[in-house]
Ligand binder design. Structure first.
Ligand code: HEM
Length: 268
């Protein structure tokens, strides 16, 4: 709270002197929150709490997604060659750019599939009824009740995903051959709820898709990844509705066949 307080006070002074749109006004989360806050929301404890909630929302989801991705790489080595070929050809054409991230459909699919089976929660879209709500089938949710969608149930439904329990890293890139955008990592729909859906769907998903794709692409072209002898994909830990990667030892070493010049080629 101390550091937020210092920053907020400095910024408020500048707002007073230069107005709402001063030349080097920071373009960051704290400034957006300060601009949007009304009344009591502007208090330092409230802004600090919002920042903590945002950090919690953003960081554990991204890091657990990364752990699951690594586990899948180690558990499903048949994916490595096609992923490497994709990253190598995209990087050769466009370098490490945002455009390249958009072109890596297999990488995108691999992460989306990992999140389908191992997203951060067994439920998604939790909502509190602040007034009575009646669904189209007549079922009413009384005030004060929490409801959520069973994302785990939907994601493992064989009628929606054939062989739903099986990890197929290229499931969505194959689906994208007919529907270019519907099945990309950031797309939400009632059958894919890793980022929720609708008005409150995760706004961080565009950022995290690029972040995770960049990290996976870098690992794919630079390293070999395997489990420590005798280990495999560890069962997730389930705490209430939260889904957390289990513990396993993953060995990462410089890719076999790594040649002189590759560091320059694949660094960004
Ligand atoms: C793999 C990473 C992530 C996953 C799986 C994830 C998942 C989710 C889910 C399931 C929700 C609830 C959506 C709903 O209720 O409909 C959500 C909300 C949210 N996420 Fe993420 N998230 C991730 C990363 C991030 C990052 C990196 C940020 C910020 C930089 C972020 C910011 C938010 C915010 C602000 C909300 C609340 C949106 C609202 O209530 O309107 N998330 N996220």
């Amino acid at each position: 709270m101390k550091s937020i307080k210092t920053l907020v006070e400095e910024r408020r002074q500048k707002l007073e002197v230069y107005g709402r749109d001063w030349a080097d006004k920071p373009n960051d989360m704290l400034m957006w929150m300060m601009d949007a806050a009304q009344g009591e929301e502007q208090s330092i404890p409230n802004l600090s709490l919002e920042m903590l909630v945002l950090n919690f929302t953003a960081i554990h989801t991204s890091s657990t997604a990364f752990a699951h991705m690594l586990y899948h790489l180690a558990a499903e080595p048949n994916h490595i060659k096609p992923l490497r070929e994709e990253v190598e050809s995209v990087i050769a054409a466009d370098g490490w750019t945002k455009t390249s991230m958009g072109k890596m459909r297999k990488i995108d699919s691999f992460i989306r599939e990992s999140q389908r089976l191992h997203g951060p929660g067994h439920t998604s879209m939790a909502r509190l009824a602040i007034k009575p709500f009646t669904f189209s089938n007549g079922m009413t949710v009384p005030v004060g009740n929490l409801v959520a969608c069973s994302s785990r149930g939907i994601h493992t439904d064989n009628t929606k995903y054939p062989n739903a329990d099986v990890f197929d890293g290229f499931r969505f890139s194959k689906m994208r051959e007919t529907e270019a955008t519907k099945y990309q990592m950031v797309s939400t729909n009632p059958e894919y709820l890793a980022f929720g859906h609708g008005k409150h769907a995760c706004p961080g998903r565009f950022f995290v898709a690029n972040e995770l794709k960049l990290m996976l692409a870098h690992i794919i072209v630079s390293y070999d990844v395997t489990f420590e002898d005798g280990q495999g994909f560890p069962p997730d830990l389930v705490l209430d509705e939260a889904n957390i990667p289990g513990k396993a030892d993953v060995m990462v070493r410089r890719r076999q066949g790594w040649e002189k010049g590759m560091r320059e080629k694949y660094s960004y």
